[in-house]
Design a protein. Structure first.
Length: 593
């Protein structure tokens, strides 16, 4: 267990002198003195914050050296405090619960005015789960392997499972925890029956859970990673922007319990040292470090979709999902179609595949909170260079980031960097078909064809520069849940190069997914706004995903799969739980886990 103590310079020199004087007067007994170990404080670059040297355990062996004996009493500085009032009573003791998360241990600073007790009964104060004087709140997450269909559980059922009365979707499955989490939850909920939990080293939890699916676990928020699926508890998830820690069943407070007066004095000393709550953060999940990004599949405001918009209103397609798209910090749209003032009225039975959109339709993209537009689509060049330049000008006027296409090849191939709440994201994309589908050249606008060697080097460079890289494709369209071999090779190549997320923007139906080289790959999300209602075999084009990716403190934390289903040729809606379960079963079965 790692603790840090405040600089020893806080000790009162007068009291130290008087203490030595009292020893000398008590019997003039001479001891070979211990050479003091001088430990200077280390000042960090953070204003007002001192990080001090590690606490020397009481079991450490002091170094004995041949130093001169102490000076005669007559040479000791005089004091106005009578010697008989100076005592050698021990420092007040603080007991620190052994189950604290490692991140709490790492941050904790114990002032020099306190000693550390080995047992709680030997202490005046205890740092443990409690609510007397909370120093920090710690968020834990209920998780399961990513390809898990249930999305959550009630707080009551979770606690009953802890107590051995297993209910809900994980009935009969022990909760997986590490030793620290077990101790914290025992202090919070009481000790569970032996068969209600399984304790494993923290680094083994994820692998064990994947090998023994279905499985679930409770871990600290800071231990989340993409291969976990975060389960809601009473509708609350720490991945959500509207998360309320006060309403969440897995929010624990670590508190100073015991002598109230001493706790106040200790925290007053803490404030004098320039720390807050003994160096502990207020909470381990800070909203200003969180970024959410929603990524979507095909948008093509043409044919029957455009005809329906003219009849029901431009904003009609998004009426059931606009809130989901707007709620994200960043919203990605893959719009394949150019805008042009010369676009004819939409024909729902149009036979040829030369598409354009009325400029009025950009109001739909505004309404859903578009921030990033992908231009890798096959149809961006359908109405020629002027329409593409006009479209790019519209995006620039809106202040939207675009990538995968541009005013020329150099512009189109560039990654676009977006920073939000300290999270640095890099978007890069290309059209895998090339040829007439990717018209960007040295002088001509359009989508950019895939130059894999260049892109792999660029992804590696972007990652090394501290960016989280998101690579997307307009690849070949396969009407299949299972990704095809050429897709797998190209998508994995991006992951191998260092992309954190590789996403297929081309698919008109949902496709499988996998984790490869630490990257999350989703081979195809399906349509967002396009008129293939009831078109595909088994109605597969009626279904689609919106992927919500979550980033925190410079890390890719995980992904939530939002499932949608079309009601007509223009409007998708969120799936019911039963519809969602059916789709996830099919797609997870088609995935490479």
């Amino acid at each position: 267990m790692r603790f840090f103590r405040a600089a020893q310079s806080q000790a009162n020199p007068v009291l130290v002198t008087l203490f030595c004087l009292s020893i000398l007067l008590a019997g003039c007994v001479y001891f070979e003195p211990i050479n003091p170990v001088v430990i200077p404080a280390i000042v960090t670059s953070q204003p007002g914050r001192i990080t001090t040297t590690p606490f020397l355990p009481s079991s450490a062996t002091p170094v004995i050296t041949d130093t001169p004996p102490p000076p005669p009493v007559s040479q000791v500085a005089s004091s106005t405090v009578p010697v008989n009032q100076v005592t050698s009573s021990p420092l007040p003791a603080l007991w620190v619960a052994p189950y604290l998360p490692p991140a709490v241990e790492d941050a904790l600073v114990i002032p020099a005015s306190m000693s550390v007790a080995e047992r709680p009964q030997e202490s005046a104060l205890r740092l443990e789960v409690g609510d007397q004087r909370p120093l920090t709140r710690w968020i834990y997450a209920l998780v399961a392997p990513f390809p898990t269909i249930p999305d959550g559980i009630s707080g009551g059922d979770l606690r009953r499972s802890w107590q051995g009365d297993s209910r809900g979707p994980f009935a009969g499955q022990p909760l997986l925890v590490d030793e620290n989490t077990l101790g914290a939850l025992e202090a919070f909920w009481g000790a569970p029956p032996a068969d209600a939990v399984k304790v494993l080293p923290s680094e083994q939890l994820l692998g064990y859970a994947w090998e023994h699916r279905p499985a679930w676990a409770i871990i600290p928020f800071e231990n989340l990673e993409p291969r976990w699926k975060v389960l809601e508890v009473d509708g609350q998830s720490p991945l959500h922007k509207d998360f309320d820690a006060s309403k969440y069943s897995l929010t624990l407070s670590f508190s100073l319990e015991g002598d109230t007066r001493l706790a106040e004095e200790l925290l007053e000393i803490d404030r004098e040292d320039g720390l807050i709550n003994l160096g502990l953060p207020e909470i381990n999940r800070q909203p200003d470090k969180l970024t959410t990004l929603v990524m979507t599949g095909v948008t093509a405001l043409v044919r029957a979709t455009a005809f329906t918009m003219n009849r029901n209103g431009v904003l009609y397609p998004a009426q059931d999902i606009a809130d989901v798209l707007r709620e994200a910090d960043l919203t990605h749209i893959s719009n394949e179609i150019p805008f042009t003032t010369a676009c004819p009225p939409p024909n729902p039975t149009q036979v040829d595949l030369r598409f354009c959109s009325d400029p009025r339709y950009i109001a739909l993209l505004e309404n859903i909170g578009t921030d990033i537009v992908e231009l890798t689509g096959d149809h961006f060049g359908d109405w020629g260079p002027d329409a593409m330049r006009y479209t790019l000008d519209l995006y620039r006027k809106e202040g939207w980031v675009y990538y995968g296409g541009g005013y020329d090849r150099n512009d189109a191939r560039q990654a676009r960097l977006v920073e939000h709440n300290g999270n640095r994201l890099a978007f890069i994309g290309c059209n895998a078909k090339g040829g007439g589908y990717a018209t960007a050249s040295e002088t001509t606008p359009g989508a950019v064809s895939c130059d894999y060697a260049w892109m792999h080097n660029e992804i590696d460079r972007l990652k090394e520069a501290g960016n989280i890289v998101i690579a997307t494709f307009q690849h070949f369209e396969y009407y299949s849940y299972v990704a095809q071999p050429d897709q797998v090779a190209d998508f994995r190549g991006m992951a191998q190069a260092g992309a954190a997320i590789v996403s297929g923007s081309q698919a008109h139906q949902p496709q499988g997914m996998e984790f490869y080289k630490s990257a999350f790959i989703h081979y195809g999300l399906g349509n967002l706004f396009f008129d293939q209602y009831n078109y595909c075999t088994d109605l597969a084009c009626n279904y689609a995903f919106i992927d919500r990716h979550v980033f925190y403190d410079g890390r890719y934390l995980g992904t939530e799969l939002i499932t949608i289903q079309f009601q007509d040729y223009a409007r998708p809606r969120l799936m019911t739980p039963e519809e969602r379960s059916s789709l996830l079963q099919v797609v997870f079965s088609a995935s490479n886990w």
